[in-house]
Design a protein around this ligand. Structure first.
Ligand code: ZN
Length: 310
């Protein structure tokens, strides 16, 4: 069993419009945009990162906005709901804020005993805010005060057919997660000694397979401290029979990827070097940052990419 994985690092999804996406995560949810770069594998498309002040692993929601992308269809074989932590007692304030910002389908519910608000982002992406005790320092620069602001991720759910759900639970167990609780056909697993985003819910569902598009999660990334720990994880996954990519330099972390039974793309990403490696903390996310291999495209990309401010 692995001990190097410390919870979530980031979640990456697809969107259909960069400006709408940026406005939702910064203005509506109050997160900080911590990086404005491009998809390293398709540099005509932005890669936008939203999180706390410095984009601490476990707080970072990221998007590839493909202009006019068709909406995905929910199903099995994908991340179902991504959940952020909010302080206890703040659900009513969030209902009011979301409604004021035009979010229409807010549902108050209870998830494993915690009060939660479920709602959709502009492309239909499923999110929830979960009331919890969470001591992380929130970003307060976008109009949500410290008493209410999002602390970072709380958890994410994996929606899988029953057979793949069993395989995923076994894999998560190998990755260091332990069974915590069950609710209906959902099992919660928690990684001991992890960061504050230490929970994964595995939902066993009989449904058609998801079709990826705008509003779908593209992949879910788990955190390891550094490159040495990442290599240990890679070796162990390879030994277990997973097809794992080589280590890829993503400028702000190093990444490895593998697909789990049922089809969800997992990533294991390092906490180093972080989003402040090429920008001052005070100005994170403001300038268009390009990886060195795409710097020669800057003039073309600056003309081509939709301005997202204002
Ligand atoms: Zn990623």
């Amino acid at each position: 069993m692995l001990t190097q994985i410390k919870g979530l690092h980031h979640v990456t999804s697809l969107a259909s419009d960069a400006r709408t996406n940026n406005a939702f995560f910064t203005d509506t949810l109050g997160l900080r945009r911590v990086k404005k770069t491009v998809n390293f594998d398709a540099p005509d498309v932005y890669h936008l990162y939203y999180g706390d002040e410095v984009g601490t692993p476990g707080s970072v929601m990221t998007y590839f906005p493909f202009p006019h992308a068709a909406r995905g269809t929910a199903g099995v074989g994908e991340v179902g709901t991504t959940r952020f932590a909010i302080p206890k007692g703040t659900a009513p304030a969030w209902v009011a804020r979301l409604a004021e910002k035009g979010v229409t389908d807010i549902a108050q519910t209870t998830i494993f005993g915690a009060t939660a608000l479920e709602f959709a982002a502009p492309d239909g992406d499923r999110f929830a805010l979960v009331e919890t005790d969470d001591t992380r320092t929130p970003w307060t620069g976008n109009g949500v005060g410290a008493d209410e602001a999002i602390r970072g991720f709380h958890s994410a759910s994996l929606r899988l057919d029953p057979k793949s759900a069993d395989a995923a639970k076994e894999l998560l167990g190998f990755m260091g997660y332990q069974k915590d609780d069950t609710e209906g056909s959902t099992t919660r697993l928690i990684v001991p000694g992890g960061n504050a985003a230490n929970a994964i819910d595995v939902e066993a569902v009989s449904a058609h397979h998801a079709r990826q598009g705008a509003g779908s999660v593209h992949h879910i990334a788990f955190a390891v401290e550094n490159r040495a720990r990442q290599l240990e994880v890679r070796e162990a996954l390879l030994d277990t029979g997973y097809q794992v990519t080589p280590v890829i330099d993503r400028d702000y972390f190093w990444a490895i990827y593998f697909r789990i039974p049922g089809g969800i793309l997992f990533e294991v990403a390092t906490n180093e070097p972080g989003f402040d490696r090429d920008e001052d903390t005070a100005h994170l996310g403001e300038a268009l940052k390009l990886p060195s291999q795409h710097e020669h495209l800057r003039a073309r990309l600056e003309k081509h990419l939709q301005p997202i401010e204002g």
